[in-house]
Design a protein around this ligand. Structure first.
Ligand code: GDD
Ligand code: MG
Length: 370
């Protein structure tokens, strides 16, 4: 079976992490997110993946190549301008001749796709939409269904007064090729605002598949951090690389933890990291390769990409620090701060409240303290 993964979005809500890396290539516990998606598809019998890219398209090919490492064939199709979710699939129509899967490229899930496809076939649907329950449906596509599972309405980003259910579009569909006839060629067209409402209007068989599988859209900083916490907590089956140096603490080759330092699980450290004397790494922390945690520094619930240096006595909590950053002594980074690649933050700065620091920023001593 073939699957189209939509990876053309700019990931604006995750800037500055997505300035030079497309959202699906961002690491999740040191593994590019897209690998989780492809592994899941492969596990459920998908043998060919069509990556519909647009924004920073070469990043995918550079890492995944022809897909042989993951056991699938990968075909790359790049849009010159964004075609929208539906337009992107129309654009790869030449590769689709049978029932196929569409996957939003920012969904972390362990959905049972085999069951989803069986449901689609049993219902003789032209479109089957996976649905999940969320507390705030207004950020998603609202999908009320009747007792037989038929989609009654598709409302993208509803306002609260339109919310009649907590079931939303989970961004994984099984579709029949006939759907492609409803999408104009070469134009921007949306499944959510175009194709799905049209199928409902025309009373075509479009059904919902409510699922209680793990599900998270990683598209915002807080969800990106949550995805790390959930993976580290074992909510999704994952193999961490390195060796388990103590319960729930994983360290790659060459990583050294000073005797007077403490590392609490769950925590994953890459290769050649150094945790210096008296440093404390609390749970739900991920370090990529070559990170240095200075003497007496404290880390908790944070994500450090490769080559990050944390100064002495610095505190980093619930935040993301991109590759190559140097965080000075006694700097505090907290409350979902995002620091872009290769930034240098000198001593005595306090970066909190969702602050976003652009890549290559050089911040002098004592610049921000609120
Ligand atoms: N190729 C291509 N071209 N891909 C695109 C384009 C495009 O023009 N626009 C968006 N995408 C990709 C994004 O990269 C992402 O993987 C996926 O399509 C969905 O786009 P988002 O921008 O993340 O949409 P959303 O999260 O606001 O809403 C969508 O996902 C929700 C579930 O997380 C909708 O499908 C909602 O209905 C749904 O509830
Ligand atoms: Mg999304």
């Amino acid at each position: 079976m073939k699957a189209v993964i939509l990876v053309g979005g700019e990931g604006t809500r995750l800037r500055p992490l997505t300035v030079d890396t497309p959202k699906p290539m961002l690491p999740l516990v040191n593994v590019p997110f897209i690998e989780y998606v492809i592994r899941l598809l492969k596990k459920h019998g998908v043998d060919e993946v069509i990556l519909s890219a647009g924004y920073l398209p070469t990043a995918f090919d550079d890492h995944l190549g022809n897909g042989s490492d993951l056991g699938v064939k990968i075909v790359y199709v790049t849009e010159e301008k964004p075609l929208g979710t539906g337009g992107a699939v129309k654009n790869v129509a030449a590769h689709l001749d049978d029932t196929f899967i569409v996957f939003n490229g920012d969904i972390l899930t362990d959905l049972n796709i085999t069951q989803l496809v069986e449901y689609h076939r049993a219902k003789k649907a032209v479109a089957t939409l996976t649905l999940t329950s969320v507390d705030d449906p207004t950020a998603y596509g609202l999908v009320p269904i009747d007792a037989a599972g038929n989609v009654q309405e598709f409302l993208e980003k509803p306002s609260w007064d339109e919310v009649t259910t907590d079931l939303i579009n989970a961004g994984t569909y099984v579709l029949e090729p006939s759907i492609l006839d409803l999408i104009p060629s070469g134009e921007n067209h949306s499944f959510e605002r175009g194709v799905f409402p049209l199928l409902v209007e025309r009373k075509q068989p479009i059904v919902g598949f409510p699922s209680s599988a793990y599900w998270l859209d990683i598209g915002t900083p807080s969800k990106y951090l949550q995805a790390h916490r959930d993976i580290l907590d074992g909510q999704l089956a994952s193999d961490f690389s390195g060796s388990e140096i103590k319960r729930n603490v994983w360290a790659g080759e060459g990583t050294k933890v000073a005797e007077s330092a403490v590392v609490f699980g769950p925590c994953v450290m890459g290769r050649n990291c150094v945790v210096e004397a008296d440093a404390m790494v609390f749970g739900h922390t991920t370090l990529a390769d070559d990170c240095v945690i200075g003497r007496g520094a404290r880390l908790e619930g944070c994500v450090l990409a490769s080559g990050v240096h944390i100064g002495e006595g610095a505190v980093v909590r619930n935040s993301v620090i991109a590759a190559g950053c140097v965080i000075g002594n006694k700097v505090h980074v907290d409350e979902e701060a995002i620091i872009g690649v290769n930034s240098v933050i000198d001593e005595d700065n306090l970066l909190k409240k969702g602050i976003r620091i652009w890549p290559d920023t050089k911040m002098a001593k004592n610049t921000i303290r609120f």
